[in-house]
Design a protein around this ligand. Structure first.
Ligand code: FAD
Length: 380
């Protein structure tokens, strides 16, 4: 078993899972995170998890399945376990009876217990030196290590420095997202009759998909999330802006509100959420559906220099139709096992088994988002 200190860049779902599993094996790790120390509003939304990814975590966390689900479920505070009714989904095949909606910040809080997270300590750049790799962190910290693991998400600086030519593909879909705080009485009268005890409901009108989900249920307030998505309409679609800057996410064109106003005969809770006048008063985000896949060959070349990767930094799937959280959790569990058995020297072999799954995952996610919007499934 290796006792070498592992340096993890990024304390999101994958980095935290990796750190927590390494801790279980007695392997020391430090996580460097760009974001400031935990704000409760950091990731206040739900993500879908399946048993195949979360069951292997239970032993590490020392929790049984029901306790885990209640602890992290979006409706955990009111006694729920994150239930999803597949009949209320546009693509029912993407969930099974074990799938549930986890509150992302609660999940991260649980994973984070006992870990050394260095907040507001972003990786700024990576330099190649004669003796290996030098990571330059915020606060002028310099870090040389034989085991650096980049888990810094789809916009990974670690990847951008080492693999500047790997493209961030933007899929041809238009997607908008928003949040609303709803009084309990409104939730019970307007949302609950259609949603029952499911935490998501979706509908399709033509190729437009509307999605309403519970981000968090508290006693008197329910936080709701929504998305509006559809395929891009050719290259002149005013709502498809694949090259917009990060800061452009909040620039919402008038055409978006016109499309919402043109939706016909919505029933509740869609009528309540997709009310143009209310949406105009709220923060709406323009989402890009991105994918990333770094080649196996490049990963092996970085491994020679002591820099390794997992999670969205090297295989990102789109938010809609993707399974990025599930894959990041599985990466973290399996990479920790590999390091505990073979040390960092075993990670090249781990890539051999894992990379085909990442490649397949990206293809599957592209298929799922197409199917979700009414296109037939393409054979793999
Ligand atoms: C709104 C939303 C909904 C989603 N829903 C689902 C879902 O239902 N199901 C699903 O499977 N997936 C979902 N996903 C995707 C899922 O959250 C990601 O795939 C998953 O979090 C990837 O884990 P990761 O650890 O690789 O990256 P992240 O969880 O993104 O973690 C990366 C971390 O690195 C930090 N970081 C970034 N740059 C630096 C730097 N330079 N230095 C140090 N730290 C840095 C970031 O702050 C972040 O904490 C959703 C994503 C979003 C945004």
């Amino acid at each position: 078993m290796t006792q070498q200190l592992v340096h993890i860049i990024g304390a999101g779902i994958g980095g935290l899972t990796l750190g927590r599993c390494l801790l279980r094996y007695g392997i020391p790790a430090v996580l460097y995170e760009k974001a400031p120390a935990v704000a409760t509003t950091r990731h206040n939304y739900g993500i879908t998890l399946h048993a195949s990814s979360y069951r292997p975590l239970l032993n590490i966390l020392g929790l049984d399945e029901l306790s885990f689900r209640r602890r992290v479920a979006v409706d955990g505070p009111v006694g729920g376990s994150g239930k999803i009714d597949p009949n209320l989904l546009v693509c029912p095949g993407t969930v099974d009876s074990t799938s549930f909606r986890a509150h992302r910040e609660k999940l991260e809080g649980l994973l984070r217990q006992g870990l050394d997270v260095q907040w507001e300590n972003a990786l700024e750049k990576v330099e190649e030196t004669p003796s290996g790799m030098l990571l330059c962190l915020q606060n002028n910290q310099r870090l040389e290590s034989e085991c650096i693991i980049g888990v810094d998400g789809p916009h990974s600086n670690t990847r951008k420095y080492l693999s500047p030519d790997t493209p961030l593909n933007v899929l041809p879909y238009v997607a908008f997202n928003g949040k609303r705080r709803v009084e309990r009485a409104v939730f019970d009268n307007v949302y609950a009759p259609a949603m029952g005890d499911s935490n998501i409901i979706e509908m399709r009108q033509g190729d437009v998909v509307l999605h309403v989900s519970v981000n968090e249920q508290q006693g008197s307030i329910v936080n709701i999330g929504w998305t509006f998505s559809r395929p891009a309409r050719g290259t002149t679609d005013p709502l498809h802006k694949p090259n917009r800057p990060v800061s452009g996410a909040t620039d919402i064109s008038e055409e978006f509100f016109e499309e919402i106003a043109a939706l016909q005969g919505l029933e509740q809770p869609f009528m309540e959420i997709f009310d143009v006048e209310k949406l105009r008063m709220e923060r709406v985000l323009h989402w890009l559906m991105r994918t990333v896949l770094v080649s196996h060959q490049e990963l092996c070349a970085f491994a020679e220099k002591g820099v390794f990767f997992m999670g969205d930094s090297v295989h990102a799937e789109p938010i809609l139709g993707g399974e990025g959280a599930a894959r990041a959790i599985t990466d973290g569990i399996e990479l920790a096992k590999c390091i505990s058995l073979y040390g960092p020297g075993g990670i090249r072999g781990w890539y051999d088994s894992r990379h085909p799954k990442w490649e397949n995952g990206v293809k599957e996610s592209e298929n799922t988002i197409a199917e979700m919007h009414g296109s037939p499934k393409v054979a793999q």
